[in-house]
Design a protein around this ligand. Sequence first.
Ligand code: SF4
Length: 697
Amino acid sequence: MHSRNACKTCALGMGGAKGGMRNEAGHFPEVCKKSIQAQAADMQGAIPEAFFRETPIGKLAWLSPRELEALGRLAFPLIAEPGDTHYRRIGWPEALDRCGEAFRAAQPDETFVYASGRSSNEAAFLLQLVARAYGTPHVHNCSFYCHQASGVALNDVYGSGTASLVLEDLEQADLALVIGANPASNHPRLITQLVQMRRRGGKILVINPLKELGLVRFRVPALISSLIFGSRIADTYLQPHIGGDIALLKALLKGVLERGGEDRAYLAAHTTGFEAVRADVEAASWEDLAEASGVSRPGIDAAVSALLNARRGVFLWAMGLTHHAHGVDNILALSNLALARGWLGRPGTGLLPIRGHSNVQGVGSMGVAPVMKEAFAKKLQDLYGIGPLPEGQHTFASLEAAAEGRVKACLQLGGNLYGSNPDAPWAAKALAAIPFTAMVSTKLNTNHLHGRGQTTVILPALARDEEAQATSQESMFNFVRQSAGGRPSVEGELKGEVEILAELASRILPPKEDGSARFDWSRLKSHAALREEIAKSAPGYGEAASGREFQVAGRTFHTPAFPTPDGKARAVVTPLPRFDAAPDTMRLMTLRSEGQFNTVVYEDEDLYRGVDRRDAIMMAAEDATRLGFKEGDKVRVESETGAMTAVVFLVDIRPGNAAMYYPEANVLVPPKLDPRSKTPAFKHVAVRVRAWKREGG
Ligand code: SF4
């Protein structure tokens, strides 16, 4: 925990060169259970070879995400070929050669690469460089199933797809609007900022269909009185319907405008499009907005008062806004409210998407995306002769291509592509149709069992604090942390991700017969050499080669001058989404638990919600009574896509809405994508809940 490495878990970005348990401002001690769980999981022993000999894949496939995580570290390459019932150990040369052969045999357009947010900037840069030099534009990072809607919307609003603010802005704000997020469970140290804001007299406004205990009261370990007595978090807590965010945000804007709370001078000087937004909001009736949002007028008025009483506000959100078929519009509606108050491009204000995995933002900054920024693509052309490639597929499109037999090989750098897809059975079939899949992993997860291709090679990787060379990661505040690396905590044949990628590159793109090669891949095994290339090409990363931590240039705004063509921020009209679900359905959202990180589950119990199993459906007492259920009843939950059995838990959620755990409930999630971000609507699924009957009963 003390090592000079960025926290492996969320993108709040603790640790780094300042040392473990320190945030970007140097505050100490900052630690949370999630980081300890991730660290402990990496410190497990190796899974012995005998285990793979003795345990068929079919048996492993029955294990839960938690049980797979607890098996231990992968310590040598593995392969499973068509007809194999077991994974078996192979040597590195054979494993790498097999990958090289598969990619050389395929057409570039028949391949894709994918990276999770675990990988370093150095590995991510190399991955996309190899992919583009090889010729595939299908370069994915996990954000298409996560925060892609944030990037799309923020680019619309101010020409940059990440947070507009830095950590210090949270210390200057006197209002935080937290919507569609549960940082108490998923980004615990962010709650410290909220507690400090309240201690300075600031207010916290929470919007979430489910009353999350950790957003009502939280114990901050670093603050003694908070640790003993707990700290109040939300001053105002609104519980809209799932999918009611745009209606609610319009209602809040309507209230602000009716009470003359907009910053007219700011809107006139620094924005475009606001008059159309004003007209749209004024045309909407209070009754319609209250009904569509599910929030009563007094609740809306209280929140409007909080907005008007604050001088500097920051708006924070996570997948509660992005995981919808109208995810981009959700964030545009939120941005309109921020613009109305003049809370963008000023100290102590701004928009902050709360990012998940520790380096998901850095992976995107390194060009691991199917569409590159123009300036970055030009650099690749100028520096390496990588010609312009067509726009690559979004992640779900690559899965569709796989299902149709159009993908011949893929390389997955970390993550759990199977586990993060909607319609889990369909995703398994799509991934199983790929002739060759390579996965670079630290531990086993459901992807290695349900998401494997016809031939699958697993390459064991070192964690970032085990790397022999330093790496870098980017936090959600656009701050690049340095990780010093360390020593492997497990015996075995593990390699660093960069070394693996460079070895693969030399096989996928071997030297010509005359010995000449476009790239010196052995030079690019050096992280320092990669950082030199990053500094030359990645926008905002000019300081990458300095070895220092730095703020990415051009991303955060403390004056209202934005990288849009006219330098102004854009307000955009957002229509109210229509929901045509049958009247006997409920709105279901999938969510994570406290002891979970993305698709990784560390413990089945969800302490804050009082739920002790993963096959739970959380619903309001009012709904349970109406449907004839009580807590503990077994029920069958059905969507247009699938069905699963679950056990009823009663929680404080807006009646008509329910929640189940991701990724287990992904069998229920239909592949409905937001048309702009291509992000599936994991948080809005129409379901019917029926009494469970024994089959044939
Ligand atoms: S809040 Fe996030 S970055 Fe901070 S210690 Fe916890 S998991 Fe790590």
